[in-house]
Write a protein that binds this ligand. Sequence first.
Ligand code: SAH
Length: 474
Amino acid sequence: MDYLPLFFKLTQQNVLLVGGGNVALRKARLLCRAGTTVTVIAHHVCDELQDLLDENQGSSIVGEYHPALLDGKVLVIAATDDNALNQRIHFDATERNIPINVVDCPELCTFVFPAIVDRSPVIIGISSGGSAPVLARLLRARLETWIPKSYGKLASIASSFRDQVKQRFSSVNQRRVFWEDVLQGQIAEKIFSGRTEEATTLLQEKIEHADPEHQVGEVYLIGGGPGDPELLTFKALRLMQQADVVLYDALVSPAVLDLCRRDADLIFVGKKRDNHAVPQEGINDLLVKHAQKGKRVVRLKGGDPFIFGRGGEELETLKAHNIPFQVVPGITAASACSTYAGIPLTHRNYAQSVKFVTGQLKNRTSDLNFDELVHPNQTLVFYMGLHTLPQLSSKLIEHGKSGDTPAAIVSKGTSSDQKVLTGTLATLAKLQEKAQLEAPALIIVGEVVNLHENLSWFGEEVLAQNLTPVTAEK
Ligand code: SAH
């Protein structure tokens, strides 16, 4: 970060503006909006600028710039097209530790003007550090259309209730939860639709009736998708940004985790195969404990929380403790990996249904119904099946599935390390012995796998003919 964004309180502070033309006028307008006392020094001051100064207790001096003008100034802005003069002003200001901005000359600036979205008292400043001001302005235009004009109103009303809320709720956390609820809920919606009076009455009631000691938090069970943060839903992102505590699994990618609220406590509760970092009951207890403290708890899982994610079990515990929750679906591995491998899970010519199956076999003897799994015209997707691939394949063949059925492994799907290995039910396990694709990996079985050759569009292909055995044979 080359610049630290700060918001300057400049009301009635003295600022020197060098230059009297249009550029100076634009800067003067901004300064006056912030209540600054502006002194302009220039050989010529345009009428509009002079009027602005007259209306805002500013003053102008017609003449030559000299360093003594910097005395008592908190900021200086040079809006001249005289390079030598700009250099001199820069030198004089920095020598006196006065922040300086030379318009359109980033190398002579110690601060820059951001593009501004003004919803006073809410103000957003966007800066590219002087390197791409057009980009900053484009972003500003987007925000202008996206942030309701009445955000300012919302902020003013919140401000007028601030002291009351402070008295009512003693802890910072209670106050934050209260405000987040107000600013994103029904009250905010009323203000946006112009029903300010109703909103104010509701807010007053909410302050009077809330019980600060017994504010129960909420749990958001969120599907973090397969890893690429762009595959998150808007809702997942919004709730992740509100988290006080985040409990996350091993499958949640760092890039996704990075999008949680900066101040949130991140707790890893991941499970590696056969090695539970925190047992399931421990996770359930943690969720309850944090929510009962009034926290907003994000339970972040890879893929979709309701597909081999134990999401249901966690919600049952919350329900038993009367803790409110929301569930946000995520893109499950089957969907993500097949899409990124160019393998449509259904196809009118090859598969009319698809089954998501766990590949984890208890005690190496399966409780799966293989007779059902071998039905034709369906695609099978095995989760957690990399280590049981040899058994899965032979069981399917044993129960009547042809050994020639196309099959694929998609490893680390959607990531830049994605690898796809294709073969048949009879050959895939042997190929994998050599290829050693890494977990997490998904196995897809069915005629649709043949489409991969034509539709593949992402990631790396592992070609069977290039595979050499992992242990050299003698
Ligand atoms: N709830 C998750 C699944 C959890 S089970 C979901 O909906 O996706 C864990 C299994 O998911 C892994 O063993 C693997 O089979 C699969 N998996 C998850 N992410 C994957 C990825 N990026 N690439 C390949 N397989 C993945």
